[in-house]
Design a protein around this ligand. Structure first.
Ligand SMILES: Nc1nc2c(ncn2[C@@H]2O[C@H](COP(=O)(O)OP(=O)(O)OP(=O)(O)O)[C@@H](O)[C@H]2O)c(=O)[nH]1
Length: 66
């Protein structure tokens, strides 16, 4: 007496994954819609943040005044 098993190929068990759309992606590249004006001379900009009267203007004078 012999018992026969039906062994399906392993690849068939992943049939669900095969049904996944192949062209799934992030779509077209979209331009940033942030309203950050791009300076034409492309100078780097520094945002100095701090509490009131904490010395921001003084730092600016010391660091950036020529
Ligand atoms: N002792 C001391 N006082 C400082 C220093 N830096 C700034 N001050 C004094 O702190 C006060 C405020 O300095 P500002 O540079 O005007 O500070 P700010 O952050 O620009 O102030 P806001 O524009 O009001 O936010 C001024 O009276 C400065 O003289 C420091 O390093 N040491």
């Amino acid at each position: 007496m012999s018992i026969q098993y039906e062994v399906e190929p392993l690849a068939d068990s992943y049939g669900v994954a095969d049904s996944f759309p192949k062209d799934f992606g992030y779509g077209e590249e979209e331009a940033d819609i942030e309203d950050s004006p791009t300076p034409s001379d492309s100078k780097p900009r520094i945002l100095l943040m701090g509490l009131r009267r904490s010395g921001k203007s003084s730092i600016q004078k010391v660091v950036f005044s020529t």
